[in-house]
Write a protein that binds this ligand. Sequence first.
Ligand code: PLP
Length: 401
Amino acid sequence: MADLGAAMSGEADMCMLGGGNPAHIPEVEARLCESVRALAADSDALGRVIGDYDGPQGNAAFLQSLATLLSSEFGWELGPENIALTQGSQNSFFALFNIFGGTFPDGSHRRILLPLTPEYIGYSDAGLQPDFFVSTPPVIEMLDDRLFKYHIDFDAIEALDDLGAICVSRPTNPTGNVLTDVEVTRLDAFAKSRGIPLILDNAYGTPFPNIIFTDAEPLWNENTVVCMSLSKFGLPGTRTGIVIAREELIRVISGFNAVCSLAPTSMGAAIAQPLVESGEILTLSRDVIRPYYEKKALDALALLQSELKGLDCYLHTPEGALFLWLWCKGLPITSEELYERLKARGVLVVSGHYYFPGRADQTDHQRECIRITFSQPTDQVERGLVMIAEEVRRAYEEGGQ
Ligand code: PLP
């Protein structure tokens, strides 16, 4: 994380293919700046945003507009009482995991099931107690053109006990996987059969920021907790997470906000409010953000596939999010060593071994993958991809020395 932070702050001249920062998309940024300028020009409104605490559930007008938008877009039967804001969805997961996982007053211990690893690195240390996450190896479907896709091994997860909740990112960070509708429906049924919630991390999903290149159906019901965020829409600095859940859970999240920070931050909701109310957040996501990242994903994929020709390397089929997930089968060095070699050449990626929280087994696969972010400027991404392929080729050619 320190390497990634230094690269983003410009302290080092690096090809930043490592973090989760969204791109600065000119059309989106222009619209957000317009909203900031309108707020700054209205001293009463600005005075309220920066001079008053919102309630612990978050800005009431934003909650109402978002409930209306989600009901009309998806037909979800929810109101503002089903939504709470947090200081970013990272903060939402910290609260949710520790509500549903850990040791309870009756002495029982429940773990958070991550039904498919590789899974988001930010979950790994979010549990306050040991033995917090559990996961099992995925099924790997090999596709044409040296692509592959991970699937949930339902037989393996259905054999697990002592579960407190299920959580999955869709699209998935780090792989760009999007669980199929069949998988989500089956997870939903499994969660209900165990009396535990299904937490869907929608940080990249629909309807905003909509960095999803397939036609996956969104899901919400009283047993599902959908976590969203304004970060990947272009507002990561405002730290605005959104939890959509049944009313009692929203009251618990509001209580968490009150205890930890009195109230969630107001600025993100204030900037995004006019876009939610007008529905522009949907059109920008659909017509600008999705095509922007889809093109970046396909360009990066084509370049890397061509640079890696002849090597025993495979890429996860990019279905969403900001990442390519590269699997170098039988690589003679570990992904951590590859990370170090790339860093020495000025390219930052993330070693794949971090993305397997909750896994009891150690497999070669866990040390053969890296995550590559393609959201940064194209020249930087292209230079980085070429150097990644060169280092991977060198590692295969030289063996483990
Ligand atoms: N979930 C996923 C899958 C992410 O990739 C990220 C950030 O990169 C987050 C959650 C946290 O986002 P934020 O706290 O900025 O809302």
